[in-house]
Design a protein around this ligand. Sequence first.
Ligand SMILES: NC(=O)c1ccc[n+]([C@@H]2O[C@H](COP(=O)([O-])OP(=O)(O)OC[C@H]3O[C@@H](n4cnc5c(N)ncnc54)[C@H](OP(=O)(O)O)[C@@H]3O)[C@@H](O)[C@H]2O)c1
Length: 313
Amino acid sequence: MRRRDFMKTPLIAASAAVAGGTGILPGLLGFGAAHAASPAPQVPDIALGNGMKIPQLGLGTSTLVDNAAESVRTAIECGYRLFDTAQSYGNEKQVWEGIKQGGLARKEAFITSKIWTSNMRNSSQRDSIDKSIELLGGEYIDLFMIHWPVKEHIRETWEIMEDYVRKGLIKSIGFSNFNLHHIEALLQYAKIKPVVNQIEIHPYLTQEANVEAIRAHGIAVEAWFPLAHGRALKEDAIIGIGKKHNRSAAQVTLRWHIQRGLIVIPRSRNPAHLAENIKVFDFELSKDEMAAISKLNRNERLIPGGDPDSFSW
Ligand SMILES: NC(=O)c1ccc[n+]([C@@H]2O[C@H](COP(=O)([O-])OP(=O)(O)OC[C@H]3O[C@@H](n4cnc5c(N)ncnc54)[C@H](OP(=O)(O)O)[C@@H]3O)[C@@H](O)[C@H]2O)c1
């Protein structure tokens, strides 16, 4: 389907319409059947532009390698169903091992992975995607993304990823760290529409205007470094709000993302933190509390050189 046709579909029209509002997709949020059976907190789904659904909160797994399976298994016990990995994390096998150990049926898990830059530059897209699929259970990947916009290789990589969608080996495709100009260029030729852009968002880098602009294309936004790598948890403003709600600074920060309608993937290797981070769907921040957290913004990227227009990896 070409972009102009895709933008006419009702779901995308709905997404685009709400993008200028509160940021939450009210009619598009719901509880997935796969999560209903969870003993732990229920995580709402966000509807993607292709009609599929993604849990709004999941587990980030970067830097979890030897202990990744254990963290994933514990996360499953806590109710997590979305697991974010990448070729560069070196843990796709362990993430799958954790999903198996956690006893989830394949369709209950939502697995996301990403192609690394070197595999775009040296034409190893197909080999590396085949390997990711094999390491992640051998059937399919729910959402596969371009990790960073290696400009010269985006188009060929995207067209290869589209091929995997047609073969049923990848369900949805998207990207990470794409600026608006990368997205708009890709939409000129994409035959299969991107559904997610995973970008750095936290209280020091709130990206309000960018989030709205991405959503206007019917693309959901997922926040990486949602806790600012743990730094936001020391902020007096956030701790103070937590005291009022009897919640931790991590819960308040994650709730701020959730109320913005973002998908979040906090990472933890600590079982108590894993349990805490998913309990963010039974309280609400006021408008003033949301604004107080957003006021911490200083447009700060936490990875040196992590600007999508000038990264060197
Ligand atoms: N697409 C990209 O380019 C990109 C880049 C970076 C990250 N990511 C993704 O985003 C995910 C999240 O980023 P991140 O893991 O680096 O940062 P993060 O989730 O913002 O923060 C993780 C840090 O917060 C701590 N933490 C978590 N929950 C806590 C709690 N309840 N109380 C106190 N401390 C807590 C963790 O320590 P403990 O282990 O001690 O809990 C860890 O040190 C990654 O795992 C990865 O999947 C994507």
